[in-house]
Design a protein around this ligand. Sequence first.
Ligand code: 1HE
Length: 269
Amino acid sequence: MNDVVNPDTYENLSISEGEHGLYVVTLNRPSKRNALDVATIEELIRFFSGARLAGVRAVVLTGAGDHFCAGLDLVEHWKADRSPDDFMHVCLRWHEAFNKMEYGGVPIIAALKGAVVGGGLELASAAHVRVIDPGTYFALPEGQRGIFTGGGATIRVSDMIGKYRMIDMILTGRVYQGQDAVDLGLAQYITEDGGSFDKAMELATKVAQNLPLTNFAICSAVSHMNNMSGMDAAYAEAFVGGIVNTQPDARARLEAFANKTAARVRPNS
Ligand code: 1HE
């Protein structure tokens, strides 16, 4: 077994393998509400840096216990009494983890519940798809704690809901949940029955059946292209399309369409 997917090599994450290269990665410090300490961030870096080459086809990311993630481990941070230089490097490791997730080419579906706050929201926003249930709630409590973001909220949360809504969240501690959160763009799916994990598994199972190179492009190139000028993005899109759309593994799927054996796209019933 590739060490990257060997559950025995992780302490703060629980890793379990499903069918077709689908993995469930669970933040596993429920007694601390899955707060992100230095060790957890290092484990996220390790898993998501190596996931694609280890054959991971899709990931469901979730948290043990009632809450997805309480953000930065405030107690560790308080005890460490860090210098600015120290904390800048902590933030850079968070960025390393979350960039590996967003740009790593492996689809990540976040199954969210309870608190998704501060750095927990930053972590969730590095996933490609977010599923919530009615009890899931989002907040940026940094303003009240006397601190600021450091794990990409200024980039990804602003991207999801707009700069001024993000500023309002951190300034006033505003909480979003339910359909409001979906309408704003904090999540793409809400389940009625508290089943965000089941819905995330359903989506991940479907996604894992796409060709890996196609998923790589979707879960890497789109983000890179959004950082580029329109002209550069169009050029890069043509380039990626040239590679992905001519991959040998796609031929059987194209042939099935041509032979009228492939499923057609139909409206939801
Ligand atoms: C923690 C943390 C934490 C809980 N760091 N230990 N994040 C926050 O401001 C959110 C802080 N947490 C909370 O508001 C609440 O804990 C929750 C709403 C998430 C959950 O409430 P509850 O009533 O279920 O749990 P609790 O009793 O508050 O906490 C249970 C334990 O988890 C307790 O530890 P214990 O050893 O006393 O049992 C808490 O100390 C511990 N715990 N949250 C450390 N965050 C790169 S910059 C990112 C900046 C941020 O992320 S700021 C946002 C920080």
